[in-house]
Design a protein around this ligand. Sequence first.
Ligand code: GLP
Length: 251
Amino acid sequence: MYIPKIIIVKNEVEVGKIVSAEIINLINNNPKCVLGFATGSSPLTTYVALVEDYKKNQTDWNQVTTFNLDEYLDLTIDNHNSYAWFMHNNLFNHINVNVKQIHIPQSIGDVNTAAEKYETMIDNAGGIDLQILGIGVNGHIGFNEPPTDKNTLTHIVDLTPSTINRNARFFTKNDLQPTKAITMGIASILKAKKIILIAIGETKSEIMKKFLTTTKPWPDLPVSWLLEHNNVTVVMDMHAAEAWLTREDNT
Ligand code: GLP
């Protein structure tokens, strides 16, 4: 088991500055790097900072390859609830990344075969150099819902009621909210050379405490598998860190 490096900053804008600086540094040192991206609200300030950097410094994304963690089943890229739409609108449309080098799990058609191929594509690209993750309030990473074993590769999942309810805020009443998704597995995530987990806001406070006080990885807390990776950095704002910082045994 490894202990993650923990960085606590005052707010989500500072989280975005720290994480974007890591990404920019990696691109500058290795223009052909492979980045793993996440969606949801957690990485948003990072993407804002990356777009600002591109406008100011023209960091060159042309040779970068990207793989996204997950996607809802049955939503096409033109659906504003799809993660493909999210990534293009929040990041890819604003930088000079080569669209041929963007990968988002296929969510339509033969998704089981697509899941297998996704894993091969990651391996053929040389593996992910830096994987960005958010965390669900139930401890999921990507869409690896509890319980999830350590050996899972990219696969199709049934979303839990907790995740469906929590993500309902992004859907209007006329939108179809999927109950299934395709996600990189725990083993796919652990293959990344470096991982940054972002947690923002008080809704993440209890789960972050649970994760950071766990002594042994277990399937009911999917994020805990990260303790088996030797290069994980957790970047949190003060609100997400609150319960962990004020826990009783924190001496
Ligand atoms: C979603 C995504 C995850 C994300 C998590 C947290 O369901 N599948 O990749 O990390 O839940 O989302 P948010 O950052 O909006 O809290």
